[in-house]
Design a protein around this ligand. Sequence first.
Ligand code: SF4
Length: 402
Amino acid sequence: MSATPQGPEAVSNDAARGSLDTPVAGSGKVARLLRDASGRIDLKSLDFQALQNWVRDELHEKPFRARQLWKWMWQKGARSFDEMTDLARPLRERLSALAFLPFLHPDLILKSDDGTMKFLWRLEDGFVIESVLIPDDGRLTLCVSSQVGCAMACTFCLTGDIGLRRHLKASEIANQALQVQRQLPEGTRITNLVMMGMGEPLHNLGQLIPALRICLDDDALNFSHRKVTVSTVGLVPRMAELAAALPVNLAVSLNATTEEQRRAIMPITRKYSLEELLEACRQFPMPRHKRITFEYVLLAGHNDSLDDAERLCGLLRGIPAKVNLIPYNENPDRPLRRPADAVIKAFQHYLLQKGMNTSVRATRGLDISAACGQLGKARQQAIDQGWLDDARRIAGLPTEPR
Ligand code: SF4
């Protein structure tokens, strides 16, 4: 048994890291999962407009049925059509013959000493993905995955080691928020969603957009667009497509101040240069008083000097920006090191005294491998270290998945 996602048709890393302009193998696989073997449609991967069309064209029902179905799926979290008691039985039977309602199967739930929780979900084809819930200063932020693995191969990130296995369906993205929310005590609500889990969200824009529409709709998951953030390594053309589709916050994973330095840790820079990325940020339509978040993983001896801090200020000049410094979370597999606290402080101090809105991200969930750049290997660690069954028992889950 392996915890790194090993589905039936795992895509090789090299194939997955091919051109972003051509469909990756992950796209074909996710397309196949949108209908099951009997041709039934995954109803939870449709946004409301698509659901309305389906109700009209395939279910041949009145438009109000779409709103009924939508609320049952996303407000009430119905797991089957039989629960939809205000629909007549013959209609429920027809729905069951034409469509299905996918859910994520809880595989493992881990709780950190600092209150951070990590949820591992088993998908219908056997892959495992992770979401992380972070309580912080009155906020409850859910970090959501958008792909199984990732094609971007950033050197500081363990998820990149997996390569891209497939994109997630819209239902698999939005169900992370729905299912975590339903596990919380009455009156507790996820306040913020960040698309910063496993995967590069803009690489899966086709499924990300309907998933975000589900998250933002008043009659579905009802998150404010001000509380939803999409992170990207800088897939330049897709940044504009995202902005045209939805008004959400943007976070850019920058991590370097020269082309050469960025290319060394983020292969995407070979396709879209730092200069092109910053120009796309300048063009990104931001509401007044809003800023693009620039994430900057601080790596000792690589990008943590005061010269870097000075260049960073220069690069971001003219962009409504805030900088989130992320001291690297060390991993025994990597030669990369976290800078000393004094270096981190000096870097932040330089930016602050230049008037740059800057924060240092507190490391959260380190003891359960839930911190930044650590997602995708928890299950394998649990197996290797022999505590998978115990952890499943503690979480109230059967020791044999499903
Ligand atoms: S940092 Fe993000 S984009 Fe880069 S490899 Fe990790 S998951 Fe992918």
